[in-house]
Design a protein around this ligand. Sequence first.
Ligand code: ATP
Ligand code: MG
Length: 429
Amino acid sequence: MSKSLQAIRGMNDILPEQTPLWRYFEGTVARLLDNYGYRQIRMPIVEFTELFKRSIGEVTDIVEKEMYTFDDRNGDSLTLRPEGTAACVRAVLEHGITGGGQVQKLWYIGPMFRHERPQKGRYRQFHQIGLEVFNLEGPDIDAELIVMTWRLWGELGLRDAVKLELNSLGTSESRGRYREALVEFLSGHVDKLDEDSQRRLKTNPLRVLDTKNPETQAILVDAPKMADYLDDESRAHFEGLKARLDAVGIPYVINPKLVRGLDYYSKTVFEWVTDKLGAQGTVCAGGRYDGLVEQMGGKPTPGVGFAMGIERLVLMLEALDKVPEELARQVDVYLCAFGEAAELAALALSERVRDQLPSLRLQINAGGGSFKSQFKKADKSGALYALILGDDELAQQVVGFKPLRGQGEQQSIAWDALAAHLATCVVQG
Ligand code: ATP
Ligand code: MG
C-alpha cells in the first residue's frame, strides 16, 4: 500500500477481535462510576491552544513538545486535546455548573493526542477514562477516587499486579518553599545533572525529581524532602487520606519523588503502577488541583481527579490472561437454513424468537451454502448451539437444535417451543 493510505504512526485501529475486550473494560468502568454517583460529561476533541497552555503549564513536556497544534481556516490556533482535565474545567466554567459551591462528580472517556515516541503502551492517539470532582476539598473524596479504582482492579482481577504510590505536594506556598530549597541544593550539583535536569532546574525544578537518569537519581538521594516542607493543613489532609485507605485495607507506598508531569497539582498526587508492561508502568494517575479553576479564570474551586490509560489496561488484561472467556463468543446461537423456503421460514422464526427474547444473541446464516460450510461458520462464530432448518424440519414445523461444544445430542424442537427452550440454555439476565 502506498504510504499516504496508511494510518498515522502511533494512531491505531482497534480491530473487531479487540473491541470486545475494550467494551468489557469500558463497560465495567462505566457501571462502577454510575454506581458511585458520577455522571458522564462529553467535551470536544479540539480546543483553543491557549486552554492547554494556561492549564497544563507552558514548561511541561506536553505543552513544550507533545501537542498537535494547528491553525484552522480562520487563523485560530487549535489543539487536539492531550488530556481531559483542561477541557472539563473549561466546560464547567462555561456552563456555570460549579458556581456557588455546587459539587460536580464527572467522568469522561475518549481519545487524547500527544506527539510522543510510539512504543508498547505509548501512542500518539490513546484513550483515557478520567474523572473530575469539583467543590469538595477534604481527603474523603481523594480516598473515594482511590477506593473506586481499587474496586475496579478487583473486578478486573488486577489487584495483585498494581501498586499504589502516593505523595503530597502541599499547597502552592509550601511547594514554593520546597522548590527554593531544592533549587539551592541542586544548584550545588549542576555539573553532575543530566542535560534535561539542568534545563528543568531553570524552568520546572520539581520535575527534576522525576528523572530517569541514574547519576541524577544518585544526587537526589541527599536532596531536601518535600515531606519536611509540608504545611500543617496539607499534612493533616494527607493523614486523613491515609487513614481512609487503611480503613479499607488498601496498600500503598509513599513516593516522595512523585510529582506528576502537569503543573496544576496540589496536595494529593497518586499513581497506580505495574511492572507487567515494561517501561510504560503507570496505568492510572491523578491528584488534587485546588488552584486550577482560579488559574483558568473561575472562582477558587477545589478539584481532584484522575485518568487511566485504556490501552495500558487492555494490554495488562491480555498479559495476565484476565480476558473473560465468553468475550470470544460473538453469538450464542447460529441459525442454518437450507433452500429458499427454509430461509424464509428461518427469518420469520428468528424474528419471532427475538421478540420473545430481546437479549438473545442469535446470528442467522447469510449467503446460503452447503451443510458443511454453514456448520463451519456456526463453529467459527463461537456459538454454543446451531439451529438447523431444512426441508424436513420445515414440513414438520420444527428446528434441529445441535450443541456445538459437546453438551449432548441433537434434538428437534417445535417452532412454538423454541424461545422457551433457548431461554433455559442461553439467555441470562
Ligand atoms: P507517562 O508518565 O506514562 O508519560 P503521564 O504522566 O504523561 O504518563 P497522564 O497525563 O497522567 O500521563 O495520563 C494518565 C494516564 O494516561 C497515564 O497514566 C497512562 O496510563 C495514560 N497515558 C498517558 N500518555 C499515554 C500515551 N502516550 N499512550 C498511552 N497511554 C498514555
Ligand atoms: Mg507522559
